[in-house]
Design a protein around this ligand. Structure first.
Ligand SMILES: C[S@@+](CC[C@H](N)C(=O)[O-])C[C@H]1O[C@@H](n2cnc3c(N)ncnc32)[C@H](O)[C@@H]1O
Length: 280
């Protein structure tokens, strides 16, 4: 891969999905995209770039390229300190705030294979506060492959490495071969959709949310792509709704219009209320 080919491919991937492949990752990009070149019988990365731009199959191929460049690492009950703050400190606020309508909408943005979305539904069940409520947890991702896994809801030991035995017992059905399936009552609260977080048009189809988890997704983006995603997330949040990021992420220098909320156990972000009321 020449430097010029690397730049062309990198820019193409970046403008599609916000993932920035740094200069020192040229070798990694080359290694990961090489199987695509072979599969398409193309002579070099210049031909591959032209394929991505002009071929009738370009959309599907761009998905395959992005697939090979993204990390889908995730597991149930990831970042337990944050989840505890969420359940102990935000659940009571959400219960109070939405108590009249008894409706709650959560979005796991960049949900990978679904563990995060199911975790949120399990935490809501575990609290018993929302038993009779209309609850929806919506998981979205740019990768159709991980979404297929999410919808199947079957997992192996690695996905369960941080799941307490009593939760395993309550929310999963054992399957042969050391695998489990998420119980139907949890699945009934969770749905999944394909969505590119940089695509404003498709994000308009996402319902208004009370809480958005967008964890370990924007770490692969540059500041400009982060700003675009945050504008979309902010637009989809109800006034007073919360945004939770991964533990290594923050909104510093992004100029995003969120309030920082100091919980005892975590820092979270909130979309400001409309002046003079609840905003709904
Ligand atoms: C490392 S996983 C994080 C999964 C989960 N949120 C967690 O923290 O465990 C990052 C996910 O973000 C998705 N992703 C990357 N760019 C995206 C984009 N532009 N739109 C939607 N999803 C994206 C990837 O496909 C991947 O599944």
């Amino acid at each position: 891969m020449t430097v010029e080919q690397f730049r062309l491919l990198r820019d193409h991937v970046y403008s599609h999905c916000g993932i920035l492949v740094h200069d020192d990752m040229k070798f990694v990009m080359e290694r990961r995209l090489w199987p695509r070149l072979e599969a398409l019988h193309l002579a070099d990365f210049g031909a591959y770039h032209r394929f991505l731009r002009y071929d009738v199959q370009r959309h599907a191929e761009l998905e395959a390229a992005v697939e090979s460049l993204t990390t889908h690492e995730t597991y149930f009950f990831r970042e337990p300190v944050q989840l505890r703050a969420f359940t102990d400190e935000l659940f009571p606020l959400l219960e109070k705030r939405n108590g009249r309508l008894k409706r709650l909408r959560l979005w796991s943005a960049g949900c990978s294979s679904g563990e995060e979305a199911y975790t949120l539904a399990m935490l809501l069940k575990e609290s018993r506060r929302f038993d009779e409520w209309d609850v929806e947890v919506y998981g979205t991702d740019i990768s159709r492959r991980v979404l297929a896994t999410a919808r199947r809801a079957e997992y192996g030991p690695s996905a369960l490495r941080a799941t307490a035995p009593e939760l395993l017992e309550r929310y999963f059905v054992p399957l042969p071969g050391n695998r489990v399936r998420v119980r139907d009552d949890v699945r009934a609260w969770v749905s999944f959709g394909h969505q590119n977080l940089l695509d404003e048009a498709s994000s308009q189809l996402v319902a208004r949310m009370d809480v958005v988890f967008c964890r370990n997704v924007m770490i692969y983006f540059d500041q400009s792509a982060r700003r675009r995603v945050l504008r979309i997330i902010r637009d989809r949040l109800n006034p007073g709704g919360y945004l939770l990021l991964g533990h290594s992420e923050n909104l510093l220098n992004l100029g995003a219009d969120f309030e920082l909320v100091h919980l005892r156990g975590d820092l979270v972000y909130r979309k400001p209320e409309l002046p003079g009321g609840e905003g709904r």
